[in-house]
Design a binder for this molecule. Structure first.
Ligand SMILES: C[S@@+](CC[C@H](N)C(=O)[O-])C[C@H]1O[C@@H](n2cnc3c(N)ncnc32)[C@H](O)[C@@H]1O
Length: 275
């Protein structure tokens, strides 16, 4: 198999092109070591002589693209990631929403859901709110581009750091909404009942997504270049209700885009476009 030094620039570029084509993720030379580490395992699994052969497999076998996408995406996530957002969601957004919308179902989109911790965080907070306001209704759509990670999310089984983190920050919620299973925990049916998982590439029009009142687009824009971010934000905005709330990740900002999202608070924007 090729070693890292033998992978010529044309091959590296061809891989960056494939990554962009299938995910919209913009990679450059300084990401090669990361990408190479991820590709190496797959090249070995397929018993290929080198990386160029894997490029041929990608072209010849469209079904390999699924595994390729799983390989090249970074799925890091956690329950209650960026606590400030959840304080806003539970403490400000939900009471205001319920006051103005009553029993109309709240529609939430976890738009780069990874293994589901974000969607189940929303679900736990909505269930808690519903405990105090039984008329409150909600539905959560969780999407991602990766098949393997979506399967993990839908299975709702968590072990290790992920569930330990929840146990440390919210032991009461862990006890209320999860049950011990194998060597970890599984989300209870009540928590899963309002969460749907579906494959979706953010670079494609979000026609079948519906109209969302809250969209969590967190820690995914950072992987796209400015033009890609613009496309994704445009697609996302079209799937949002007027005055719908968009929440981005800690190192993401919409300040350089002028496309109808009004700044509300750091990381929180409002769709001010009317249909
Ligand atoms: C770092 S995780 C962020 C997870 C979660 N939103 C959070 O903030 O913890 C980024 C996710 O974006 C997904 N992703 C990358 N490119 C995507 C695309 N074009 N469309 C949809 N999801 C994408 C990856 O598969 C990955 O699960």
């Amino acid at each position: 198999m090729d070693n890292e030094r033998e992978v010529d620039q044309a091959t590296r570029r061809a891989f960056f092109d494939q990554v962009r084509r299938h995910t919209g993720i913009a990679m450059s030379e300084r990401k090669w070591a990361l990408l190479e580490g991820r590709l190496r395992r797959r090249v070995r699994e397929l018993a290929l002589p080198g990386y160029r052969d894997y490029l041929h497999v990608l072209e010849a076998k469209p079904e390999e693209v699924r595994d390729f996408i799983d390989l090249v995406t970074t799925n890091e996530t956690s329950f209650f990631r960026t606590p400030r957002i959840w304080e806003y969601f539970a403490g400000q957004f939900l009471p205001r929403w319920f006051e103005t919308h009553g029993g109309t179902p709240l529609r939430v989109w976890s738009a780069a859901a990874s293994s589901g911790e974000e969607a189940y965080t929303v679900a736990m907070l909505c269930e808690e709110f519903r405990g105090r306001h039984p008329a409150f209704r909600y539905r959560i759509l969780a999407t991602d581009i990766g098949d393997a990670i979506l399967r993990k999310a839908a299975a709702a089984r968590y072990q290790g750091r992920s569930i330990e983190g929840l146990g440390q920050t919210h032991p009461d919620l862990l006890a209320r909404y999860f049950s011990a299973a194998d060597d970890g925990f599984v989300a209870d049916p009540a928590l899963r009942a309002n969460v749907t998982f579906r494959k979706h590439n953010l670079h494609e029009a979000a026609r079948d997504i519906g109209t969302m009142d809250v969209t969590l687009l967190r820690n995914v824009l950072i992987y796209f270049d400015a033009a890609g971010q613009q496309v994704v934000l445009e697609n996302v905005r079209r799937a949002m209700a007027p005055d719908g709330v968009l929440i981005v990740g800690e190192s993401e900002s919409l300040s350089r885009f002028d496309m109808g999202f009004a700044f509300e608070q750091p990381l929180i924007y409002r769709n001010e476009v009317r249909p």
